[in-house]
Design a binder for this molecule. Structure first.
Ligand code: ASP
Ligand code: MG
Length: 494
């Protein structure tokens, strides 16, 4: 096969896939197979599972002078894995440990942290794990080249980030980058690099937001001109519902980008929504696969050409939703009420998810899980809104969304499904203009019941006649769990 037609494939591995020797054996096997097939590979991976959480905590501890135990634990964790893998961890990682310790001690000295230094510290997770990954694959005669992600990925100024987001939630472009392409193409074997990290506008280290390794891999796939990206985690793909709540949830075999992005945005944690956006623009197919069950086909996300029949594909639920109900008699025929209200949210730096309005009430939903809404921010919102309307917070709530193409065309068939709402108080209903989702917001405590009821009514059960070879719906979680020890679907970040 001539090198010009060798497919370019990005393999991204999440935190739980890079934290133990057996998973690395799986990865080594996979990489060997792919090379034999004549694929060109770029491996992008996360920090060891849980490490980023600890690295988030480290500066806080350091500022209070309490960092030593946490730092020691982090170092020991990496050395232990090296030992398990037969690598000399000390010589491999000593220099990086040194740099990390210096950064942390600097914080302890000045008793102050800033986002720049937080980003630098967070990036160590992927830095350390990829050193280990590259050394392990080399020990298996797989000639991978460790690359610094900061030389491949540069943040861009999108105008969307301000404050700490410049360092902690940076964005890059996914356009083809001939320099990156030629550099990767010139490697004699696979490249291996860090997820989550990039070079900032001023040349310093930045990170792409929690769960951002998917996004880094997606950007790199775009820049390299990849033919495909495979996202490997501990879950075999996207499901019709969270399998921890609905064990009969079915694997989604095939989705288009819009549906996948909607499912990712409305609550599934298998794939970061930002990654879908980057790949969708470049029409790079995404394969979701599991290192727990590597032979399972997983989910394929690609441009399907047609919208297909109207069909609910998934029911997602997002917890920790806060509703803000704004009541005013003055809104009727009043100009500018919404503008005024939204300005308050803007000033508080809070992004609004869903909106529903009537003549005297506007209710919006806020995603407190994503936005770190604390009582102080909510208190401020309350105070500022109260100056011109009656405000009530309703929480904790959950948003339950039916996702699928042409949801509107299905409304008439939803009669029986609506009965599921009989016992549930619905605070808000929102049907997206994109025609991809219908969302209701209910009390959080009721969300799981509602999810189960809707799933039962709207998703065809596995094993029904004619369902066996569905192009969209695959086996149920239960059935898959029988064939492999499936882990959680709680996300796979480092
Ligand atoms: N390690 C980072 C995190 O835990 C990025 C990722 O794993 O996706 O958020
Ligand atoms: Mg993830």
């Amino acid at each position: 096969m001539s090198s010009s037609i060798k497919p370019r494939v990005v393999l991204k591995f999440g935190g739980s896939s890079v934290s133990s020797l057996d998973k690395w054996e799986t990865i080594a096997g996979l990489v060997g197979d792919r090379l034999t097939k004549g694929e060109r590979l770029l491996i992008v991976h996360s920090a060891l599972k849980g490490v980023t959480d600890n690295l988030e905590l480290l500066p806080v501890e350091a500022a209070a002078g309490r960092h030593a135990p946490l730092l020691e634990e982090l170092i020991a964790r990496h050395l232990d894995l090296c030992e398990e893998m037969g690598l000399d961890g000390r010589s491999l990682l000593e220099a990086d440990f040194e740099k990390l310790s210096l950064a942390v001690e600097g914080i302890a000295l000045v008793q102050e942290v800033n986002p720049r230094i937080r980003a630098r510290i967070l990036a160590f997770g992927e830095h350390l794990s990829t050193r280990i990954g590259a050394a392990f694959l080399a020990s298996r005669e797989l000639p991978v080249k460790w690359l610094d992600a900061r030389d491949l990925l540069a943040a861009v100024d999108t105008g969307r980030q301000s404050g700490s987001a410049v360092w902690l939630s940076a964005e890059c472009e996914a356009e083809l980058d001939t320099e990156v392409r030629d550099r990767l193409d010139a490697l004699p074997g696979p490249g291996l690099t860090q997820g989550f990290t990039a070079r900032g506008l001023d040349g310093d280290t930045v990170v792409l937001g929690r769960g951002g390794s998917d996004t880094a891999a997606a950007y790199l796939a775009g820049k390299w001109g990849a033919d495909r990206i495979e996202i490997w985690s501990d879950v075999s793909g996207m499901f019709t519902a969270d399998p921890r709540v609905v064990p009969t949830a079915r694997l989604l075999r095939r989705l288009d980008y819009r549906e996948a992005q909607e499912i990712a945005t409305t609550g599934s944690q298998v794939l970061h929504p930002r990654a879908v956006r980057a790949l969708r623009d470049r029409e790079i197919p995404i394969h979701l696969r599991s290192t727990v069950d590597p032979s399972a086909p997983g989910t394929v996300i690609e441009a399907t050409g047609t919208e297909g029949p109207a069909q609910v594909k998934a029911i997602s639920r997002k917890r920790k939703v806060v509703l803000v109900s704004m009541e005013t008699l003055g809104m009727w025929q009043e100009v500018g009420f919404l503008a005024r209200a939204f300005r308050v949210f803007e000033e508080a730096g809070v992004s609004v998810d869903l909106v529903s309005t009537s003549e005297t009430n506007v209710t919006v939903s806020l995603d407190s899980g994503a936005a770190l809404l604390d009582d102080e921010i909510l208190g401020k919102l309350h105070e500022n809104l109260s100056s011109f309307c009656g405000v009530q917070f309703i929480r904790p709530c959950a948003a339950v969304s039916l996702v699928g193409n042409r949801i509107r065309a299905l409304l008439h068939r939803m009669g029986p499904a609506l009965e599921a709402f009989e016992e549930h108080r619905v605070h808000l209903v929102s049907q997206a203009a994109s025609d991809l989702n219908l969302t209701v917001v209910v009390d959080e405590a009721q969300a799981d019941d509602l999810l189960r009821a809707l799933h039962e009514l709207l998703i065809p059960a596995a094993g029904l006649a004619g369902e066996a070879d569905s192009e969209v719906f695959g086996a149920s979680w239960e059935a898959l769990a029988g064939s492999a020890a499936m882990a959680s679907s709680s996300g796979d970040a480092g």
